[in-house]
Design a protein around this ligand. Structure first.
Ligand code: SAH
Length: 210
């Protein structure tokens, strides 16, 4: 059974996570509050774990790399697609102002709300619905984190971002098992995209999903 501290030491030693505030956020949030009781022993193994509805909570290193790439600022308003367990949002909640997290599976939206409440987190709102459409009501957003694999970054989400806003999304055909994690900045001339490498995510559902 691994510990929280072992993961922190590994990220610092290999310079995978260099953002001190992000490491602090990881230290504050208990991952065991966001997983199913039967996996408690594995809370700090660096693996994804099954949650409800055939979905998974991402592996800690992936969560941390994605959040680091978002360059969160204290005043940021975030759109997350795929609340899942609520864990990703819980870590981000310590580094920004407000998160709107959309979840398409009803029982997972409830699971995320319950976990976030239990962890005492108040600046995350979980919304039930199809996040491939983004969430128009509170747009424009500073940053967007898509946590399910999409065929391409949905135009509706790009439209809901501020200029210089950053979108992080696993993009690609899921049949191959892997997607490219894309970091895209919205500029007046369009998206400036870079690849952060290959990762494996569950497929996005909904109108602009698979
Ligand atoms: N961020 C989550 C893990 C995400 S797994 C966590 O920290 O636990 C991907 C999630 O995306 C799943 O919960 C899945 O139900 C959700 N999802 C898939 N397609 C979606 C869509 N179109 N809109 C909203 N959520 C979606």
């Amino acid at each position: 059974m691994n510990s929280k501290q072992q993961l922190i030491d590994y990220w610092q030693k290999d310079k995978i996570i260099t953002d001190k505030n992000l490491l602090k956020a990881f230290a504050i949030v208990d991952r065991e509050k966001f997983i199913l009781p039967e996996y408690l022993e594995e809370a700090y193994d660096d693996n994804p774990l099954p949650i409800l509805g055939g979905q998974t909570i991402s592996q800690p290193t992936t969560v941390m790399m994605m959040i680091q790439a978002l360059e969160l600022k204290k005043k940021d308003k975030i759109l997350e697609i795929g609340a899942g367990s609520g864990y990703n949002a819980a870590i981000m909640s310590k580094l920004c102002k407000k998160i709107y997290s959309v979840e398409i599976v009803e029982e997972l939206a409830d699971f995320a709300r319950k976990n976030l409440k239990n962890a005492g987190i108040k600046n995350v709102e979980v919304i039930s619905g199809d996040g491939s459409l983004g969430y128009e009501k509170f747009a424009p957003y500073d940053k967007c984190m898509i946590t399910a694999a999409c065929p391409e970054i949905p135009e509706t989400i790009i439209a809901q971002m501020k200029i210089n806003g950053i979108i992080l999304a696993p993009v690609g055909v899921t049949g191959a098992g892997y997607q490219e994690l894309i970091k895209a900045k919205k500029t007046r001339k369009g998206l400036e995209s870079e690849s952060l490498g290959e990762f494996s995510f569950v497929p996005m559902k909904g109108k602009y999903g698979f």
